[in-house]
Design a protein around this ligand. Structure first.
Ligand code: GDP
Ligand code: PGA
Ligand code: MN
Ligand code: MN
Length: 589
């Protein structure tokens, strides 16, 4: 009798009518074969992959996407639950029957003349009880190779699934890369995602945002755990102890950089476990434990340089895992290497821009697309934590939330307790970035950095966070940071990047009870001189500004929070409303 996997493949074959079906085994030989195919195939008139300089960037390939397909498209992303309330005002909703009908129309015969790649993969360490089994089909060799980097692809997934029908089904076709025929449809109740018309990471690598966050958050809600848009790091302190943190920042707001941080402070070291997604469970000892469901980094290229993120440069130049992909960066023709703003101080003289034309500094805003990305295995990362594959995950002592704000939000503060922390995270606002299509720089509410990724009603999600807190015996401390505050001249006031280790050190001192804190209207602040600024040239008055609560700014902020909360009506937990009322009182509003 056919297994559920075989039945699924058969069903997909009938639907898509590909010329060939290829089932991936995850081997290196297979990846080399696919890279060769990609170097000979064209999508949308463009060669899919081009080999880059082997000496400078071993195992690396360049991919240029359609210019209309460079970021997640939130307006074309839907959560298709039986009722609209289940999806919540935070999601676009479509009736599941209608959504499927629409997608079937696009899918029918869409792979004629193409190969259908079947990708079995596991999200999470295969030996972990928290890991999940998945299968995606796609007609994009770029997506197939990217999935190999981002997830644990191969036979182990098939073995884990066996004769069970309990696995995530991801159905993807790049179609004709036309935004008018592009949809990313989630069916949480059916453990299913259908995606058409885009090859972009967040839209097409269905194990990532679609499964590990949108479907994952729904599963977590059902099963009593959390799927979060968070990095996982272990911070080694001078006495050798390692303290584990989670960190949530909206897309393109600093997660990957913090995950691979090389501290400026002597004796400190950051061990990397994840740069984008964490699955968090309450462990047997009553503490929170986190695993990274992913196996690679899909990181923002611009801004990545030897000064800002030396570990990532080493990761990208490592030859351990095949392949590494660069998408929509520029290319330096003098030596066939990828280039982006911030890769070097000087702009190379002979650049091809991300659109494939000769770069002209008078015409082009930037040579690389602001959301140009690299896709690289986590095994290339020299700071990969030895705990990365620990089936239990790592015990969490601190959770850092953040956003990109030129004003209002101080450099760092701490929430008094768990529920205050949930409140603080629920009111995060952040300036929109190039990671999602649309205008850049508008402040929008992005609670827990999950606005685009929470697969159910966010009011219920807040309550779920509060409920998880009740189950945990030793709760992590919750912090809020903002690396992006600017001065009157539009310059960042805080050096950021490697200097962020100074703020982490303060957090560790707080966790270990080694330093006190000052009360303020919004939370607990560092005491005078409590942040280690040794060797840093920063004015006292700059630090004061960075740590200031401006009542006028907060008045505007509170108005935005109230507007956001209002969308959820009585779904907002009572305790969070109470916190908001208290905040207003403290601010004299
Ligand atoms: P992610 O998308 O959340 O993983 O964010 P990244 O770590 O990739 O960073 C997104 C952008 O913000 C990149 O251009 C980085 O160079 C920049 N960035 C990251 N951390 C900092 C920081 O501490 N300060 C400043 N000024 N920029 C940063
Ligand atoms: P990141 O992930 O920007 O958070 O790294 C990709 C995305 O959110 O689109
Ligand atoms: Mn992300
Ligand atoms: Mn990232």
């Amino acid at each position: 009798m056919a297994t559920p996997i075989e039945l699924f493949i058969e069903e997909m074959q009938k639907l898509f009518q590909p010329d060939e079906v290829y089932i991936m085994d995850g081997s290196q030989e297979e990846a080399e074969k696919l890279a060769n195919i990609a170097q000979k195939s064209k999508v949308d008139g463009k060669i899919v992959l081009e080999k880059l300089n082997e000496k400078e960037y071993p195992n690396s390939y360049y991919h240029r996407s359609n210019t209309n397909d460079v970021a997640r498209t939130e307006h074309l992303t839907f959560v298709c639950t039986p009722s609209k309330t289940e999806a919540g005002p935070n999601n676009n909703w479509m009736d599941p029957v209608e959504a499927k009908e629409k997608m079937m129309g696009f899918f029918k015969g869409a792979m004629k003349g193409r190969t259908m790649y079947v990708i079995p993969f596991v999200m999470g360490p295969p030996k972990s009880k928290y890991a999940k089994n998945c299968i995606q089909v796609t007609d994009s060799v770029y997506v197939a190779l990217s999935m190999r980097i981002m997830a644990r692809v191969g036979k182990q997934a098939v073995e884990r699934i066996g004769s069970s029908s309990d696995f995530f089904r991801g159905v993807h076709s790049i179609g004709d890369v036309n935004p008018d025929r592009r949809f990313i449809m989630h069916f949480p109740q059916e453990n299913l995602v259908m995606s058409f018309g885009s090859g972009y990471g967040g839209n097409a690598l269905l194990g990532k945002k679609c499964y590990s966050l949108r479907i994952g958050s729904y599963l977590g809600y059902q099963e009593g755990w959390l799927a979060e848009h968070m990095i996982i790091i272990g911070v080694e302190v001078p006495d050798g102890k390692v303290i584990y943190f989670l960190g949530a920042f909206p897309s393109a707001c600093g997660k990957t950089n913090l995950a691979l941080l090389e501290p400026v402070l002597k004796g400190y070291k950051v061990w990397t476990l994840g740069d984008d997604i964490a699955w968090i469970n309450v462990g047997e000892d009553g503490r929170l434990y986190a695993i990274n469901p992913e196996a690679g980094f899909f990181g923002v290229a611009p801004g990545t340089g030897l000064k800002t993120n030396p570990i990532m440069i080493k990761t990208l130049k490592n030859d351990k895992f095949f392949p590494t992909l660069f998408t929509n960066t520029a290319v330096d023709n003098s030596d066939n290497t990828p280039w982006w703003e911030g890769a070097s101080d000087e702009i190379p003289s002979d650049l091809t821009n991300w659109q494939g034309q000769k770069y002209d500094k008078n015409l082009d805003k930037a040579a690389a697309h602001p959301n140009s990305r690299f896709t690289v295995s986590i095994y290339n990362c020299p700071t990969l934590s030895p705990e990365y594959n620990n089936p239990k995950g790592v015990p969490i002592s601190g959770i850092i939330f953040g956003g990109r704000r030129k004003d209002t939000i101080p450099l760092v503060y701490e929430a008094k307790d768990w529920n205050s922390g949930v409140f603080t995270a629920s009111i995060i606002g952040s300036e929109t970035t190039a990671a999602s299509s649309g205008q850049v720089g508008n402040v929008r509410r992005d609670p827990m950095a999950m606005l685009p990724f929470c697969g159910y009603n966010m009011g219920e999600y807040f309550q779920h966070w509060i409920n998880i807190g009740k189950k945990v015996k030793k709760l992590p401390k919750i912090f809020m940071v903002n690396w992006f505050r600017k001065d009157e001249n539009g310059k960042f006031m805080w050096p950021g990047f490697r200097d962020n280790s100074r703020i982490i050190k303060w957090m560790i001192y707080r966790i270990e009870g080694k330093t006190g804190a000052k009360e303020s209207e919004i939370g607990l602040f560092p005491e005078e001189n409590a942040i280690d600024l040794s060797g840093l040239d920063i004015k006292k008055e700059t630090m004061e500004k960075l740590l200031k609560v401006d009542k006028q700014d907060w008045k505007r902020e509170v108005a935005m929070i109230e507007e956001f909360y209002a969308k959820f009506g009585d779904k907002i937990p009572r305790d969070l409303r109470k916190h908001l009322t208290e905040l207003k009182k403290k601010l004299g509003l």
